[in-house]
Design a protein around this ligand. Structure first.
Ligand code: NAI
Length: 701
């Protein structure tokens, strides 16, 4: 019984208890409807509607969304509350979201604890609020505020909600449970509520915006929500609320909700919602008991781009940090960068000066590895060179306490070879941060052949402290993300040989929803480091490998990207806008076999790139580098700009059908037999008429 009703004096208490977050389920809808019916026939004059546990209803159960609708539907429940002859006071605490906030708007009164935040996050799931949110909110608050709250999907504080009239009263919490909330709510009601209780008007909501303002908001929103229909649909529903009677607006909202629920964008976003939660619980750690090692004091070796970013992230999370460099100069540079990172956060209003000072006070510096002796964890971020890194690991193993964890931030190197030089291989793992490390959410946690479960668990616990989305990966060249990036770049570069120009490939990729194309991205990151790696790898390169030389030719001309004023594009001084360059175009036109250049359409570019990513993902799965397709999707979306509304490369391949992905790959394999090999797993799933999603098991317990 998720909903219980109890008569207490003149009040009917309607209590919802459905741990962990009181999500609205099928059973709850029925019982909520019964409760408001009970109210009408009971001796109570009013009801208090509240939740046990940590929050008022945090939304509807998204899992039920794929299932057949059963009555009563949520809009029917809302209608019954709106039409209640006796007032219902919704008492909010915690993080009410979606259907929870909508239910509160169907009640005659809404009060909350000060610490409450309220949100309508539906557009982040490719939906619109579907149970009255878009029609009720504009009838309660200013039009601009309703638009901001619904289209941004961001929660607002109780104080803000009170100021805008969404709440009637806000109370300070006096105890850790709900008792003070209920007591304060009933006292407030008795003192402040009028004799005639507020009802949502059937007439249209007041429109506080001019035609020009509506147009400007629409334009801004369509720019921001490229490829995603939900925010614009929500906007037009809010507009409808200012034009139509409530009943008509509600019917329109329901139709739009049902349409969006079936859209590929919403399915992709819902897939990621679950995937981003599932990655925190890798299958490998299922049933692994015992605590993680405690990590309070962390050493960072190398204060370059990554080391200083990692130090900033650790300080932000409240940890003690010692940054260790080779020389005093390098150390100073590293500490300055940390300082700059923190100051930038202060400038952007993300951090107070006092907090920044307090964080900086937790940063120590040294040029002696021995000073990492007391650290619980040491993260190495020195040059990407096996010999240099092995020397660091030997020294750390010698100086650090016996139960210290040693981690590498390497992008590509074999971490087994780093753990092999220590006497504690079970305590060595990869912590692959992304640049800028204090901002990017993704963290690949790389297990070697010998990393213990306890140490992996400690890595995930650290990620949680850092508020990062961590994904488990195995050792291979590039782990999950960079390995897929390589397959993607190969397609981008061969497309140049076959007939495209860089700007054409970049446009095809940004039109999919990526923030930038592969060539703009390389110009931003710099072309020189990968050129150096390619030169190192040249002696071992197989004769059969198809090797595109255009990037090498650009580097030979000193074109290293934005930092040298030219790369795949040219740049005007002090301007980062990539401009197509005739020099690059002539190199591209002379590459490959100029006789067989052809016109390549945007759809082909997109299909090739996406199929190549899914295929590399399949190879990664079959080698057990990633546990599940969803892990790969989370990496690409959170670390590589893969468009969220496409759900990640594996989910996207499923939506296209694996048959078509395999067909694209077979054609590529004919052209590039050494470089492109359709993965056996992809062939098997296709033959069995299954999809990647069938492999998305989620840890239980
Ligand atoms: P960087 O060149 O900016 O910094 C490396 C720093 O390590 C330098 O300041 C150097 O003085 C210091 N160093 C070298 N040997 C040392 C030693 N024995 N003891 C103490 N300090 C030492 O390099 P970056 O970009 O920060 O990369 C570091 C590592 O992070 C590499 O393994 C790289 O592959 C990896 N990585 C880089 C990413 C990027 O976007 N740059 C992203 C993810 C990982």
């Amino acid at each position: 019984m998720p909903v219980t009703t109890t008569l207490r004096g003149s009040w009917l208490h309607i209590c919802i208890s459905h741990p962990p977050v009181n999500a609205i389920s099928r059973a709850m809808r029925r019982e909520l409807l019964d409760a408001v019916t009970t109210l009408q026939s009971s001796d109570a004059t009013a009801a208090l509607l509240y939740c046990a546990g940590r929050t008022f209803i945090a939304g509807a159960d998204i899992r039920e969304m794929g299932q057949a609708d059963t009555h009563p539907l949520l809009p029917e429940v809302m209608q019954a509350y709106r039409q209640s002859a006796k007032p219902v006071v919704a008492c909010l605490h915690g993080t009410p979201r979606g259907g929870g906030v909508e239910l509160s708007m169907a009640c005659q009164y809404r009060v909350a604890l000060q610490s409450t935040s309220l949100g309508l996050p539906e557009v982040a799931l490719g939906l619109v609020p579907g149970s009255g949110g878009t029609q009720c909110l504009p009838r309660l608050v200013d039009t601009g505020f309703a638009i901001e709250m619904i289209t941004s999907a961001k929660p607002v504080s109780a104080g803000t909600a009170l100021r805008h009239g969404l709440l009637h009263a806000v109370f300070a919490a006096q105890d850790s449970d709900n008792h003070s909330l209920l007591a304060q709510a009933s006292t407030w009601f008795e003192q402040c509520a009028a004799d005639s209780h507020p009802q949502l008007p059937e007439s249209p909501a007041h429109n506080s915006l001019s035609e020009n303002e509506w147009c400007a908001i629409e334009q801004q929103l369509s720019r921001k929500s490229r490829g995603q229909p939900a925010p614009l649909a929500a906007l037009s529903l809010i507009r409808a609320a200012t034009e139509l009677p409530l009943s008509e607006g509600l019917a329109l909202e329901r139709d739009e909700f049902l349409r969006l629920r079936e859209s590929s964008e919403s399915k992709a976003l819902r897939h990621l919602f679950f995937a981003e939660r599932a990655v925190a619980r890798p299958l490998t750690l299922q049933g692994v008991d015992g605590p993680a090692r405690s990590i309070d004091h962390v050493g960072v070796i190398g204060g370059g781009l990554m080391g200083s970013g990692i130090s900033t992230a650790l300080l932000n999370a409240g940890l003690e940090v010692i940054l260790i460099e080779q020389t005093e100069d390098a150390l100073q540079r590293g500490q300055n960068t940390v300082n700059k990172n923190l100051s930038a956060a202060v400038t952007r209003g993300l951090l107070s000066q006092a907090d920044a000072d307090q964080q900086l006070a937790r940063l120590k510096g040294s040029i002696a590895t021995a000073d990492a002796a007391d650290c619980d964890l040491v993260i190495e971020a020195v040059f990407e060179d096996m010999v240099v890194k092995q020397a660091v690991f030997r020294a750390l193993d010698q100086h650090c306490k016996a139960d210290a964890i040693l981690a590498s931030n390497t992008s590509y190197l074999d971490i087994n070879q780093l753990s092999a030089v220590t006497k504690r291989p079970e305590s060595v793992l990869g912590l692959h941060f992304f640049s800028p490390a204090h901002i990017m959410k993704l963290l690949e946690i790389v297990r070697t052949d010998r990393t213990s479960a306890e140490v992996l668990k400690s890595g995930f616990a650290l990620a949680k402290k850092l508020q990062k989305t961590a994904v488990l990966a195995g050792v291979c060249d590039g782990f999950i993300g960079n390995r897929i990036l390589r397959a993607y770049r190969f397609q981008a570069e061969t497309l140049l040989e076959e007939g495209c120009l860089p700007q054409q490939v970049d446009a095809a990729v940004t039109n999919l929803g990526f923030p930038m194309g592969p060539f703009t991205m390389q110009d931003l990151a710099g072309l020189d480091i990968s050129w150096a790696i390619r030169k190192q790898q040249a002696p071992a390169r197989a004769a059969a490998e198809h090797y595109v030389t255009i990037a090498d030719q650009l580097c030979e001309l000193g074109r290293f990207g934005q930092k040298s004023g030219a790369g795949w594009y040219r740049y005007e001084p002090d301007d980062r806008k990539p401009l197509p360059d005739p020099v690059v175009e002539s190199i591209v036109l002379a590459s490959g076999d100029p006789q067989s250049r052809r016109s390549v359409g945007e759809a082909e570019i997109q299909a090739r790139i996406l199929a190549a990513m899914a295929n590399e993902g399949a190879a990664i799965l079959q080698e057990q580098i990633a546990e599940r397709p969803l892990d790969i999707d989370v990496v690409l979306v959170n670390g590589y700009g893969f468009p969220r509304h496409l759900g990640g490369p594996m989910h996207y391949a499923d939506t296209q059908g694996l048959v078509s992905t395999l067909k694209t790959l077979e054609q590529l394999a004919k052209r590039y037999p050494y470089n492109v090999k359709p993965a056996a797993l992809l062939r098997r799933l296709t033959a069995e008429q299954r999809d990647f999603n069938a492999l998305n098991t989620v840890a239980t317990g």
